[in-house]
Design a protein around this ligand. Sequence first.
Ligand code: DC
Length: 220
Amino acid sequence: MIITIDGPAGSGKSTAARNLATRLGIAFLDTGATYRAVTLKALETGIDLADEDALCEVARNCDVSFEPAPQGLRVLLEGRDVSTEIRTSRVSEMSRYAAASPKVREVLVNLQRRLGAELGSFVTEGRDQGTVVFPQANLKVYLDADPAVRARRRHAELAAAGYKDSYESVLSAIADRDARDRGRAVGPLSKPKDAVVIDTSNMEIQQVEEMLVQLAEALR
Ligand code: DC
């Protein structure tokens, strides 16, 4: 069984996808982490991220893998646990270069399909999972929410992790990312035409999760 959950930053898709996978007893694939890991490696290597060929070379030689962990997934870069490092605002911001590059996307789409084939049954989340990467998915979900609500959620997450970003800066970063995610030529954020669309603005995460479990159970 393949379930794709796409949507903008802060729509609640990471938590929903992770919890849904746990409830169904199947794997979870966080594709944003592949873009983040390549970005972290590029920053550490010191290349110019705007140099698409150099960034693509990093992506091709990047060994990204996942390991189940109590909190969901451990993200490994060349065997090193980078789960926390890839979530900093700097990596979030700089990941736009990898996301915008058709060549890097091709490498990462292939990686995501390989990981999916190894997993067999899984819940995957990202921007282009239902449209480009796994168009054959059994269930496609698109989660959305008002930008202000998404910014409040992201702000609370960052604060809980000890980051001091202001709400205004988080809101403005979300607006920028939305524009870039929706506007890119390759793998843009868009609703798959056969997706179930859920607006989570006025929903608790538990309600979203229950709805997803019901949709998934109906497939069995
Ligand atoms: O979902 P996230 O915030 O972890 O995503 C990190 C970056 O990767 C962000 O710039 C969007 C991009 N991304 C993408 O282009 N395609 C995906 N399938 C997943 C993430």
